[in-house]
Every structure is written in structure tokens, then in C-alpha cells.
Design a protein around this ligand. Sequence first.
Ligand code: HEM
Length: 329
Amino acid sequence: PGPVPFHGARQSGVLHRQLPATRLLALDLPAATDRAALRTLLAAASDVLARAADGGLADPRLTGAPPATSLAAIGPALAARLHLPAPAALAELPAFPGDRLDPARSGGDLLLQVSAEQPWTTGILTEHLLAAATAAGATLRWHQAGFLPPAPDGQTPRNLFGFKDGTANPDPADPALWQQDGTVLVYRRIRMDTAAFAALPADGRDLATGRRADTGAPLTGTAEHDDPDIYAKHPDGSYVIPATAHVRLSSPRLDGGARMLRRGWSYDDTPTDRGLLFLAFMPDPALFTRVQTRLAERDALTPFLTHTASAVGWVLPGAREGGALGEGL
Ligand code: HEM
């Protein structure tokens, strides 16, 4: 793992490749918080995150730890309360059919994410971040740890259904994902019924996904990065990628080409509460709403999934050299 600059036009937690251990923290701020208090909090968090990126955190437990990536995002309620220059589209998501959201695991005024090679590192960084945040008056609303399986460099990690997850993704530097170097994070905690899914026959799992579990190739192709052709038909007129396949219903072709950058981590909190931490970045969360509306209604994966938490946040532009996140607010 090479150096991970904290400073730059856009935050490292979106731009940099996914690191295998992650931790999400959602903080609430007192009702009286004004812009100055928010800037103070973000400066304190930035100080920790900048040191986490360059190895400068004075904690012997982090000696030799490779750098961490991070991001900070502001929840819609706080952005509205302080009239922050967030994207106009920043708003909580509507309710979707089948949602079982736990408010104690959802929402928040400030969402922070740190990712590193090891949970050891993210856990200790969480201590430092929380200490800085509580000293600035914030309280912890929820936290969530996630991980990726070991995968040789450059390979797409698999999710708990055993499928490669993250294949069809735009380049994080794609200007269409950004709005003045900020973007919007959509977070969903999705419980996966891995036993029920595993009980499907192998071709049923591939048909539900629209890709092959072994290679990750779409059912209309032979290699992982072949583009799924959602219009291809069998001689009998049926679609090769079925009408209810996940990659059909989530295809950018159904949204005029609009794409989100997906960053999934698995979580494993108890033997019956395991699944995917779905994080996605897009300038307008209405894209997520359109896709999730289709998925909730028709996706063949949906019977095996339960959305248990949700959050949205304005991913702030990066910190300029020597500066802090949010100092322009
Ligand atoms: C693609 C799994 C939830 C949107 C995929 C792929 C898999 C997958 C295996 C194909 C490989 C790839 O391109 O990454 C899952 C699982 C989910 C889940 C297991 C739940 C636990 C969601 C949700 C959304 C979503 C909630 C958005 C509302 C997408 C998109 C693609 C995709 C946009 C790429 C489609 C394309 O460009 O071909 N997902 N997904 N997924 N998924 Fe999901």
C-alpha cells in the first residue's frame, strides 16, 4: 500500500482504492451547534485523519501501521439547520418497501469513515476520533465495522453471497460523480440471508444476480469486465439476463446512463446478522432512490435481503494542503 494523501481536492475515502478494514462513525451535534462549532469539530477530526494518513499519530499501538483513508460527510438535517452550501439534492431517503430500519443505527449529523489494512488500526483511530469529537461536544450515535475478504491485489472482492462485488463501477475520478469536489454518500446496512441464498441451485444464484459466481462475468459475456448486455435474448425470446436479475434492475441503462460509485464492505456482527455495508457515491441521491425502488419491487435478490439501517451525507470537498476539512464553511 502506497502513501495516501489526506490533503487534496477530494477526500481519500472516495478516491483511493478500498482498504480491507473499515469503521463508520455517526455523530450527533448539540442543537446549539453553529458553523464555527462545526468547523472546530471538523478541524479536530482532520488533525487525527491527517496524522492517520501520514503515520504521524503519537500512539505506540500504531507504530508501523500502514496509512488509513478517510471521509467525512454532513447529514441533511445539520446541512439544512446551518444553511451549508451542500448539494441541493441532499436529503434523507424515502421509505422503501421491505425496509426494517433501526433509527439507532441510522442517520447522524456527521458521518466519519476510516479504512485501513487491519481492524486493529481502524479501532484505534476510532478511539482518537471519538476523543476529539466528544471534546468538541459531539455524541456518538452509532458505529459499524466492516471488512473485505483477503483477495490478491487488484481482484474484485467477494460479498457474503460469494459473488464478486464492485465490478461495474465508474472511475472514482469521473467528474460526473462530483459537484465542486464534493459528492453525496448513501449508506445502507443490508442483512443477507446467506443460508437461504446458498440453498438455491448454482444456476439460480447466477440467474438472480445476472453474473456468474465463479468468474464474475455477466451471463451475456465470458470475462468479468465484459459489459452486461441487458437486451440480449435467447432464441426463444427470453432475456439472457433475466427480467428480475440484479444487474438488469441496477443497470445504468435504465437511468439514462447515470452511475453511482459503489463501495461495499461485508459485516459480521452476530451469526444471524451478517451482510453488506452498501456505500455509494453520487451527486444526487435520487439515483439511488430510482434504483432501489426497482430492486425492492422486483430484484430476485430482494427475498434474501433486509435493509436495517440508512444514512445520507454530503461528502465535503477535501482539505487543502496544511488545512482542515470544512474550513471554508
Ligand atoms: C451490481 C450484489 C445491493 C446497485 C452488483 C453485482 C453484485 C451485486 C454481485 C454485480 C457485480 C458488480 O458489478 O459489482 C449486491 C448485493 C446487494 C446489493 C449482494 C445487497 C446486499 C445493491 C443496492 C443497490 C445496488 C442496494 C442500489 C440501490 C448495484 C449497481 C450495480 C450492482 C448499480 C452495477 C450494475 C451495472 O453497472 O452493471 N450488485 N448488490 N446493489 N449493484 Fe448491487
